[in-house]
Design a protein around this ligand. Structure first.
Ligand SMILES: NC(=O)c1ccc[n+]([C@@H]2O[C@H](COP(=O)([O-])OP(=O)(O)OC[C@H]3O[C@@H](n4cnc5c(N)ncnc54)[C@H](OP(=O)(O)O)[C@@H]3O)[C@@H](O)[C@H]2O)c1
Length: 368
């Protein structure tokens, strides 16, 4: 039993339990897509219409949102959603943020720096306690992540954080955090039909220590959708940073033709089962051991109903076997989760922005 619950009258969406006192929607609204700089070509979304769309999304039972301290403008936006729903007397939502210390401060990281980022997230999100803080560490060659997690655990005990998680941790580097006695409820990792690096050691560690996986890249930034079926490979420049990221993942998995084979097979399987291709790609990941929820990127309300349905879909054994056969010809991505992304000067690393928190301690409070 994975801890999922059937939709109830309270919410029309399936939920998963991360802790005895904490459950979330099985499809989480991912908000990187709304951060400044994510779209490389299109204009930014209209603030008010996004708030309305997200409010309706929560009313439909998709109450969980993912953001980060470094997604510029997004914590403040979700803070407005919190206030709007509070004023309307609506039920609370769950907001998962991240704590991503700048790569350039890792060696000098101290407790004050961590606490200033937590305090800034509290102010931006307009809450007294953060539901979930997911910690990221850019470089495991630099020690200090276990101490940082211990420090965050102290902030949890002080009441500023409800639950702790991590993001992009492989089993080897997460094990010492767990050995230090820090309880985490989740690890947010890339997991999709193209990328199954979380299978194996990480999923086994999750089983042993009773934490869950929250997945991103489940639709490969939108490449795993019907809109790309039968299309030629896109030309540069790509429209947003997700597409840049997952175009490289497609190359690792075998290239554009390999993606087209998967999309063709997915379309056939989905049609035969009355599902959308995207819902099938999402349900395939939700069916993997230890996966609590898929974080799927949103910019507005266009995909709300599709996500309500995707959260509900469960796959039978025959479908899961068919998906395994479909993805078997793909090349397996090398190494553990986020291993390729950590290769210094590698093609996955050079596209990332690793110092977006730079002014956090000095500007705490002045950001929003
Ligand atoms: N921890 C990390 O390091 C990390 C890294 C990346 C992402 N994330 C998190 O994961 C979230 C997901 O982002 P991602 O970059 O991985 O992208 P993704 O979820 O794989 O793909 C998102 C894109 O797919 C399209 N889409 C969504 N639902 C759809 C549907 N039902 N049918 C058709 N198309 C659909 C949307 O494009 P359109 O809007 O153009 O339709 C959307 O922008 C982020 O927002 C963020 O919260 C975390």
């Amino acid at each position: 039993m994975n801890g999922e619950t059937e939709p109830s009258s309270r919410a029309s969406v399936a939920r998963a339990s991360l802790a005895p006192d904490y459950d979330i929607a099985r499809v989480i609204g991912g908000c990187w897509q709304l951060s400044e700089g994510h779209q490389t070509s299109a204009p930014g979304a209209n603030h008010e219409s996004v708030l309305e769309a997200f409010d309706r999304r929560a009313d439909r039972g998709l109450t969980t949102f993912d953001c980060a301290d470094i997604y510029t403008g997004v914590e403040a936006l979700l803070g407005e959603l919190v206030v709007r729903r509070r004023r309307a007397g609506k039920s609370a939502i769950e907001i998962h943020t991240k704590l991503v210390p700048d790569r350039s401060v890792l060696r000098a990281l101290d407790h004050r720096y961590l606490e200033s980022i937590v305090d800034r997230s509290l102010r931006r999100l307009r809450v007294e306690r953060l539901d979930l803080v997911q910690f990221h560490w850019w470089d495991f060659a630099v020690p200090g992540w276990v101490e940082a997690m211990t420090g965050l655990d102290a902030l949890r005990k002080a009441g500023k954080i409800r639950h702790l998680g991590v993001t992009n941790f492989d089993a080897e580097h997460l094990a010492p955090v767990l050995a230090a006695g820090v309880k985490i409820v989740s690890n947010q990792v890339q997991y999709s039909l193209l990328d199954d690096r979380p299978r194996g050691a990480l999923s086994e560690l999750a089983r042993q220590h009773d934490f869950r996986l929250l997945t991103y890249g489940t639709l490969a930034g939108g490449f795993l959708s019907r809109r790309w079926l039968g299309q030629p490979a896109p030309r540069e420049p790509l429209a947003n940073r997700s597409l840049i990221k997952y175009r490289l993942i497609i190359e690792e998995a075998g290239g554009w033709d390999a993606l087209q084979s998967v999309l063709g097979g997915l379309a056939d399987l989905a049609d035969g089962r009355g599902l959308t291709l995207e819902a099938l790609a999402t349900a395939a990941v939700l069916a993997r051991p230890r996966v609590a929820a898929a974080i799927v990127g949103i910019r507005d309300g266009r995909h709300t109903e599709a996500h309500v349905a995707a959260a509900r879909d469960r796959l039978d054994r025959a479908t899961r076997d068919a998906l395994d056969r479909l993805t078997a010809p793909l090349r397996s991505l090398d190494g553990p989760v986020y291993g390729l992304e950590r290769v210094p000067e590698g093609r996955h690393a050079v596209i990332m922005k690793t110092d977006l928190n730079r002014r956090a301690p000095k500007r705490a409070g002045g950001e929003t």
